[in-house]
Design a binder for this molecule. Structure first.
Ligand SMILES: [Zn+2]
Length: 441
């Protein structure tokens, strides 16, 4: 695995252990866009980081949407005429279509079939289905289970409630030196599904734990919300302060073996886009950059035209591009600990770039300053390539005209950001640079 040559040290073993442990704890819980499974999930995250848990009542209008009724489920099954549970929610929470209305009825196989969902191409997997905004009910089962169903009279029971209640989400603001914010968001509404859901929750939780220990220029806002309705709700309730968000990432599908995929913000040329692409270029073996499109996760809402926030999405294999997606095969074995921690490192490296990406002014712009007499080569010694060190110093001096950030310079010089930022630090220490914002007008 590539470890970034940036300036943060990461306790990777601990992060890996902690993220995997959290995923194992969260895996059995039946989550949805509202309800007690979601609350239990947020409370387990709260054991790790001090998130605030918000409750927004059913019926609240959030832009063009309305907070739905709260859904809770206790049990569900299909029993054959001998009383045997042929489908049992207690064996897998994927067996029930999420947000199914309660039902208790007897019916023939023919009648029942209309409400059964399977994956004929993957006969051992249970599909994941939802019916949030249309009151309906259904069961998901493996195609093998389906083929075993005899012509019989079945007892169908979904012991669930759909009532006035709340939509719950978690939020954690980690304050920095400035009120400018970096938004890190993930969805928390999927039941026992790992890559699409739990990998993101685990990564965001441990990113927050990591950043808590460091001094920070930016404030970091971590959001744990049900997909779509959660981000719409958050944006509606926080509209007046979204201008604080200077950079953002939506975290999802970060634990599979696939190469990285970065989906750019709607703007396409935001600093976050540049930072992620730089990190991937220098630390990932293979990766793909894709343009924004109005489908996917909550970047759709953050990047809606009235907000157009600089929010991208860094994932491994995107949703829908791996067959296990939204099936019972997206389980604890599908997420690889080494891949999850590799994703964690990419996020930490990206944040590290954002933290240090400043603009400077060369204080000796009339020809090159004499570096040797200032001992500058020794000052950043210990680098394997002396020529690279000298080049980095010269690039920083040449492009520090107040219009290029360090990341611009790293890109132009085709050098890793860490090399450029260390060169800038040395020049700063020798009075050859001044931060632009500190320069007299
Ligand atoms: Zn999903």
């Amino acid at each position: 695995m590539n470890i970034p040559n940036f300036n943060t040290t990461i306790d990777m073993k601990n992060a890996e252990k902690g993220m995997c442990q959290l995923m194992r704890e969260l895996y059995p819980i039946c989550r949805s866009i509202t309800g007690n499974g979601l609350r239990k999930t947020l409370n387990l995250i709260k054991d790790q980081i001090p998130i605030e848990i918000h409750e927004v009542p059913t019926g609240t209008q959030v832009f063009d949407w309305t907070i739905p009724k709260e859904w809770n489920i206790h049990d569900a099954y299909i029993k054959d005429s001998t009383g045997e549970r042929v489908i049992d929610f207690k064996k897998s929470n994927l067996h029930v279509v999420s947000y199914s209305k309660p039902i208790k009825a007897k019916m023939s196989l023919k009648e029942l079939q209309k409400n059964l969902f399977t994956l004929p191409n993957y006969p051992d997997w249970i599909p994941y289905r939802t019916s949030y905004y249309k009151e309906d009910w259904g069961f998901c089962l493996t195609h093998k289970q389906f083929l075993n169903l005899q012509d019989d009279e079945y007892e169908v029971c979904i012991d669930a409630s759909l009532e006035e209640g709340y939509l719950t989400y978690g939020e954690y603001l980690l304050e920095g030196d400035t009120t400018d914010e970096v938004l890190i968001s993930c969805h928390v509404c999927h039941p026992s599904l790992c890559n699409d859901n739990l990998s993101g929750i685990a990564l965001v939780t441990f990113l927050a734990k990591h950043l808590r220990q460091l001094s920070r220029r930016y404030s970091y806002r971590f959001l744990f919300m049900p997909g779509t309705i959660g981000s719409i709700t958050w944006l509606c309730l926080n509209e007046s302060q979204v201008s604080r968000i200077k950079h953002g990432l939506v975290v999802s599908c970060v634990g599979d073996r696939g190469p990285f995929t970065y989906k750019k913000s709607r703007r396409g040329d935001a600093e976050i886009d540049q930072a992620v692409m730089h990190v991937l270029k220098h630390t990932a073996k293979a990766y793909e950059i894709i343009d924004f499109f109005p489908y996917g996760y909550d970047e759709r809402q953050f990047c809606s035209p009235a907000f157009n926030l600089p929010v991208g999405c860094l994932m491994r294999t995107p949703h829908g591009r791996f067959p296990e997606y939204h099936t019972s095969a997206d389980n604890l074995d599908f997420v690889r600990p080494e891949c999850l921690v590799d994703s964690f490192v990419k996020y930490v490296s990206t944040v590290d770039v954002l933290e240090q990406n400043k603009t400077y002014l060369n204080q000796n712009p009339k020809c090159e300053p004499q570096l040797g007499k200032r001992g500058l080569y020794r000052a950043i010694g210990g680098q394997p390539d002396e020529r690279m060190t000298e080049l980095a110093l010269l690039w920083v001096l040449n492009l520090s005209d107040g219009t290029h950030t360090l990341l611009d310079i790293a890109e132009r010089a085709n050098l890793e950001f860490g090399v450029i930022s260390r060169a800038a630090e040395a020049l700063l220490a020798h009075g050859l640079l001044q931060e632009r914002s500190e320069a007299p007008a």
